[in-house]
Write a protein that binds this ligand. Structure first.
Ligand code: G3P
Ligand code: MG
Length: 261
């Protein structure tokens, strides 16, 4: 199925940063664990210092890698991702912080490898582009992502989202058939429907606390796909689906597997 077709569906579960309750977030292991446990996978993408697209949520490497244990990187605090080159990022371990036995490691996941994975496994992927405005210009960031999507030939299988809505406008100009979604947190932009139409997005994803029934109905009637993040409580998931929300982003895919979510 194409991602665009999925946007008309309701009751969808997205694997937030991969199956992050059972594997280290945003790693290939998390993507593998997501297969068969969700309707699509969501990952976060940002650029290394030398402009390579890598899969990582935080601005810094501290929480999800072993960077603090590597003596040669000690002077690089607070370890901003955008201060490290691809070859430096490849030296880190992205798994041991998560695994209780501390014996397992996971390599860096690049966007290129994530796209190869979804192609080989016929699974749909939401690529969230992190806001890198402080470090790179908009066109450069989007250019890297667009190039990776074109080269891997997965145009039909991806949805691109971002809190930085300028990126979405450029995506539409470059890849008009790839669906996009605006992310917001805390408050809606003024004149919401007009705003989303101007952005030419198909979707709108908001945080759980911001959702109300009236906004969901208005958005759905206007033809927008509505996503809500991050929801791990099965009662709340049901409430949101009853309101007409298309999709929830969840960390707890084991609940979906057990039929609880
Ligand atoms: O795309 C929904 C969600 O991933 C946005 O929040 O901070 O987890 O990337 P965050
Ligand atoms: Mg995200």
């Amino acid at each position: 199925m194409k991602f665009l077709e999925l946007l008309s569906h309701v009751g969808l579960i997205a694997a937030h940063r991969g199956a992050r309750s059972i594997a280290p977030e945003n790693t290939l292991a998390a993507l593998k664990k997501s297969v068969g446990r969700c309707d699509f996978i969501e990952i976060d993408v940002q650029l290394s210092r030398d402009g390579e697209a890598i899969v990582m949520h935080d601005d810094t490497l501290q929480r999800t890698t072993d960077v603090a244990q590597i003596a040669s990187f000690a002077s690089r605090k607070p370890y901003y991702v955008s201060d490290f080159t691809l070859s430096e990022l490849k030296k880190l371990d992205y798994g041991s912080w998560f695994y209780k036995d501390k014996k397992h490691s996971e390599p860096l996941l690049t966007l290129k490898d994530a796209l190869l994975f979804i192609k080989e496994n016929s699974i749909l992927l939401n690529i969230e582009i992190k806001d890198m405005n402080k470090k790179f210009n908009n066109a450069d960031v989007v250019g890297v992502v667009v190039d990776a999507i074109r080269k891997s030939g997965v145009m039909d299988s991806v949805l691109i989202s971002s809190f930085r809505h300028e990126y979405l406008k450029i995506i539409k100009a470059e890849l008009s058939d790839v669906p996009t979604a605006a992310l917001v947190e805390g408050k809606h932009p003024p004149r919401l429907l007009e705003y989303l139409r101007e952005l030419k997005v198909e979707g709108y994803s908001l945080n759980n606390e911001l959702v109300d029934r009236e906004s969901v109905e208005t958005l759905r009637e206007a033809g927008f796909f509505v996503g809500v993040y991050t929801v791990n409580n099965s009662k709340r998931v049901k409430e949101l689906f009853d309101m007409g929300v298309n999709c929830v982003f969840s960390d707890s895919l084991e609940k979906k597997e057990a039929g609880i979510l």
